[in-house]
Design a protein. Structure first.
Length: 603
């Protein structure tokens, strides 16, 4: 890839455990900021206002339907046929309006889920794809594992649960506000007669609903609070299993050649067992919670009648009034029971929010500057020159440094960096790219000069061959003739007719053709600087002379810094530098010390 980089990357400060300890409100606030900064912000506001208006209209319709109970059931109790038929007509009007509102609420709710996911995933991807950040996050320990899971499945699940829970909470809050007034008025003058004494309890049915729902909420929280951690653990285990399956699928040819299917099946089975164990714990917790939620749910069938019975038998309510009070009590206690009815879903939402918010916080924190004892100084240099002063690279495996304390590489010069196997050649390559800043010394380069980095394993983006050659630039940047010439110069004539065909080129081409395409791209881009990590050693025997010819005669103004081993290409380089062992590493940040093996292993 071509990169213009003059500054070092920064050290991510928080560990995965520290990130996970953030409270609910900071996590929700982080998600709110992500959505507010997204391009769908205005659409989200419009949808939120629309859903509020629809739910408010539905609450008003529910009030009218509740009031309808009294004349309808009174007409039944009095055997008044004409009034009965009139009330049926009124019911049809109210029910028809509520049906329209319910359909509108469903459409707006599903659209809200869509826009929430669009905004959240857009924010996560944009923050993840900041130059160099994804690489640093991948080396930051557990928080950087399986970012695809967090941006795809976790983000989808979080937005869907957030929309459902948010709409439900808003609806129950509005219904509670409206029906609590009805219930209070029905029981405002209720009195108890006990042992010759009169005890007045204004709003008796309201307090009964509060006590009933409050006890259910407290008991549900006490029984089901462990579900949050169990859900989070399950999602982490599911992500590990998915990663194992994808890894096997990507390397199935090597696995089949080694007849390693039984061993891979054993590894997958271990990950599956962890998933099943997490699910078993979740099942136990959910079952315990069901005793509470289902128990209260069944008792709710008769609870409103039992609560309103003293008013009815005391003559303060007619039969229609009893049904009206029962309906109002059901609405109030149902609204107050929102926490109980949704506790399992809330635990799932809380666990998913924790994963997504932790991931987003890690994305933002990965660039926070910290005081690190040993850090390479990346500075702006003069045009046409790269300067390396007392350069030393540190890693948990050891330290490596250039034996030459002061190095100046001029534009158009070819320089070879030799080092023994395991000394850290790849780390030097990453340090020059700004991806591994831990060490000492200074790297100075002009910020306006393009640099193309060629790793040992080239990356082929999805798309056509034209897009691969132009990557990361637009295809319009290069003429068709130039693309065809680049392919022909590298011996890829058979690919010329396929220039504009989109295929899975990373699987269809050989390793040697991968490298040939990488050098064809270098020929096409003609960057100011070309930094290569052992790519020449991977070239096929008939391709190496072509690459040497291109570097010698076509890219004469391109400065080449090659990190590798001595070989047949040595005559290409006018100067040789040496990478040797350095002092024991000290002052590494925790992130670098806990980096995954591929991120720190020295070539």
């Amino acid at each position: 890839m071509i990169i213009n980089r003059t500054k070092a990357v920064s050290t991510p400060s928080p560990s995965a455990e520290e990130i996970g300890q953030a409270g609910l409100w900071p996590q929700m606030s982080m998600m709110r900021r992500a959505l507010w900064a997204s391009p769908v912000r205005n659409k989200l506001v419009l949808l939120a206002v629309s859903i509020f208006l629809v739910i408010a209209a539905t609450a008003y319709g529910q009030i009218r339907l509740n009031r309808w109970n009294q004349p309808f059931y009174d007409a039944l109790s009095h055997r008044n046929l004409s009034e009965f038929l009139i009330q049926l007509g009124i019911f049809g009007i109210i029910a028809g309006a509520l049906l329209v509102l319910n359909v509108a609420q469903r459409w707006i709710g599903e659209t809200l889920k869509l826009r929430l996911r669009q905004g959240l995933v857009h924010d996560l991807v944009q923050n993840w794809m900041v130059p160099g950040r994804a690489f640093r996050l991948a080396s930051a320990g557990d928080i950087g594992v399986n970012p695809d899971q967090r941006m795809h499945e976790d983000a989808r699940h979080l937005t869907e649960l957030s929309a459902d829970l948010g709409i439900g909470l808003l609806q129950d809050s509005l219904l509670l506000t409206t029906f609590i007034t009805v219930l209070w008025s029905l029981s405002s003058s209720f009195v108890f007669h006990v042992a010759g004494r009169t005890i007045a309890i204004p709003g008796y049915m309201v307090w009964a609903a509060v006590v009933y729902s409050g006890s259910a909420s407290l008991l549900s929280y006490w029984v089901g609070k462990s579900l949050i951690g169990r859900n989070a653990d399950r999602y982490a285990r599911e992500a590990d299993l998915r990663f194992s399956l994808v890894r096997v699928n990507e390397h199935i040819d090597s696995i089949a050649l080694a007849e390693g299917e039984p061993d891979e099946a054993r590894r997958i089975d271990l990950d599956l067992q962890k998933v099943l164990e997490a699910m078993r714990l979740l099942v136990r917790g959910t079952t315990s919670l069901t005793w509470v939620t289902a128990g209260y749910g069944w008792f709710t069938t008769v609870a409103p009648i039992l609560v309103a019975a003293p008013l009815y038998f005391g003559g303060q309510l007619s039969f229609g009034g009893l049904m009206m009070a029962s309906g109002a009590f059901m609405q109030v206690q149902s609204s107050l029971r929102w926490f109980v009815d949704n506790f399992s879903t809330l635990a799932d939402w809380r666990a998913t929010l924790l994963r997504v918010a932790s991931f987003r916080r890690a994305l933002l924190a990965v660039d926070e500057m910290q005081e690190v004892a040993r850090r390479i100084d990346y500075a702006a240099g003069e045009p046409g020159k790269i300067v390396l002063e007392r350069l030393e690279i540190c890693s948990p495996a050891g330290a490596a440094k250039l034996s030459e304390s002061h190095v100046e590489v001029q534009s158009g010069e070819r320089v070879l960096v030799l080092g023994e196997t395991g000394i850290g050649r790849t780390l030097l390559f990453r340090a020059l790219a700004g991806l591994w800043p831990w060490g000492e010394g200074r790297i100075a380069r002009h910020s306006g000069e393009s640099t193309l980095y060629l790793p040992r394993a080239p990356y082929l983006p999805p798309g056509t061959l034209r897009e691969i050659l132009a990557y990361p630039s637009s295809v319009e940047t290069f003429k068709t003739e130039a693309c065809l010439k680049a392919l022909e110069r590298l011996g890829l004539e058979r690919l010329v007719p396929l220039l504009d065909e989109a295929r899975r080129w990373e699987t269809m081409l050989s390793d040697g053709e991968h490298q040939s395409l990488a050098f064809a791209r270098a020929l096409l881009h003609a960057p100011a600087w070309l930094i290569i990590d052992e790519a020449l050693e991977a070239l096929e025997e008939d391709t190496l002379p072509k690459v040497v010819d291109i570097l010698s005669n076509d890219l004469t103004h391109t400065g080449v810094l090659y990190i590798g081993r001595s070989g047949a290409h040595d005559k290409l380089f006018r100067r040789t530098l040496h990478l040797i062992n350095g002092a024991a590493p000290t002052g590494l940040p925790p992130f670098a010390q806990s980096a995954k093996k591929p991120a720190v292993s020295a070539a």
